[in-house]
Design a protein around this ligand. Structure first.
Ligand code: CTP
Ligand code: MN
Ligand code: MN
Ligand code: MN
Length: 371
């Protein structure tokens, strides 16, 4: 009948893998606040609350406009009473008491500072905090503290690697790796992954994935790449992790478990002359180079699509894709594969699209995965 309009209320899914999330966040005021609380809960080992606020932030990141009233949240999933109270406070006063309290808390500030060092996780930061340490000078002057190789390099290159990496720098480093890989194996595949593949302008590192068409040769390829970088004099630090890959193993239940592919966490030297428009340096940098964190992963070709999907992120997107698989499809997904618990078999994939298809999900482009 004419005159009756059906107003479609777009429902927002509780799963990030069913929400298209670009790099444009209209609700940073709220999501920044949620992320402070999530991090505080993480420092206090309250994983449930931490995840709840990460999920709430992720939902708001997918919205096409800024929240202008509490009513705007009524149709949204994953927002608990605490999250709604924070939104309400921010809408009314522009600040939220609980968030201000965390930001001015000495323990939070110190753990935040310490974990900003490459190689320092919440556990080490906590240990240092408990012994009364509050600043880098205290740590570096304390002779009873043993820093491992990673942490030593974290401090050594602190200024460089805590400065954001630009897209131009990521492109330059991809070119470096691409050339090294192809000089070793002409039929290799190399791709920029992580945040830059999702279209981010800046990142904290550069994530690159590569493989060779010949299954079984990928691990030696990575070792040869590392050797070549060392010979070129650009390898400042290397933490190499050999593959512990077992094809018969079921996908991991826990998201935080690392994958089993051959990989390395590097610090590389990048020359200003290699970067279009120059380095992303604050002041005039007379050195003409900077240090950059680079992650390389080299999965076997037949697992490439799963590894690419897993390393493209975002973390929240990956978490929810696995949760969706488990809860809605009785399937297990991780960086290595997809297992159907009903059919009791692994489902093969040569592209990311194959994986979305197996799960009955609409395909999401990398730039829509910024959950
Ligand atoms: N990842 C992974 N296994 C690791 C390290 C990372 O599967 N050992 C995945 C993460 O889950 C994430 C992606 O690789 O989805 C990229 O990780 P990271 O570089 O930490 O984050 P980015 O999204 O690239 O963000 P940033 O710009 O801060 O680097
Ligand atoms: Mn980190
Ligand atoms: Mn990254
Ligand atoms: Mn990374």
């Amino acid at each position: 009948p004419e005159g009756r309009k059906v107003v479609a209320v777009a429902t927002v899914s509780q799963y990030a893998c069913q929400r298209r999330t670009t790099t444009t966040n209209h609700n940073a005021v709220f999501t920044d606040a949620f992320e402070v609380l999530a991090e505080c809960y993480e420092f206090n080992q309250m994983e449930g609350r931490c995840l709840a606020f990460r999920r709430a932030a992720s939902v708001l990141k997918s919205l096409p406009r800024v929240l202008s009233s509490l009513e705007d949240t009524h149709h949204l999933p994953c927002l608990g009473d605490h999250a709604k109270a924070i939104i309400d406070e921010l809408l009314q006063h522009g600040r939220a008491f609980d968030v201000q309290k965390v930001l001015s808390d000495e323990r939070y500030q110190t753990l935040k500072l310490f974990t900003s060092v490459f190689g320092v996780g919440p556990k080490t930061a906590e240990k240092w905090y408990r012994t009364g340490l509050r600043a880098f000078e205290h740590i570096l002057a304390d002779r009873s503290i043993h820093l491992n190789h990673m942490q030593q390099n974290g401090f050594l290159h602190y200024e460089d690697i805590s400065r954001a990496v630009s897209k131009a720098e990521a492109r330059a480093l991809t070119k470096v790796i691409d050339e090294v890989v192809h000089a070793i194996t002409p039929d290799a595949i190399v791709a920029l992954t992580g945040g830059f593949r999702r279209g981010k302008e800046f990142g904290h590192d550069v994530d690159i994935i590569f493989t060779t068409l010949e299954v079984g040769k990928e691990e030696n390829l990575l070792l040869d790449v590392i050797k070549s970088l060392e010979n070129q004099g650009v390898l400042l630090y290397c933490d190499y992790q050999a593959a512990t890959f077992d094809t018969a193993k079921l996908p991991a239940h826990s998201f935080e478990a690392m994958d089993h592919f051959a990989k390395c966490f590097l610090i590389l030297r990048l020359e200003a002359s290699q970067v279009e428009g120059g380095l992303n340096s604050g002041e005039e940098d007379s050195r003409g180079w900077r240090a950059v964190r680079v992650d390389l992963v080299s999965p076997p070709m037949n697992r490439y699509a799963f590894a690419l999907l897993g390393w493209t992120g975002s973390r929240q997107f990956e978490r929810d894709m696995r949760r969706f698989a488990r809860k809605e499809r009785r399937m297990l997904l991780d960086n290595h594969g997809l297992f159907d618990k009903n059919k009791k078999e692994f489902l093969a994939a040569t592209t990311e699209k194959d994986i979305f298809d197996h799960l009955g999900l609409e395909y999401m482009e990398p730039w829509q995965r910024n959950a």
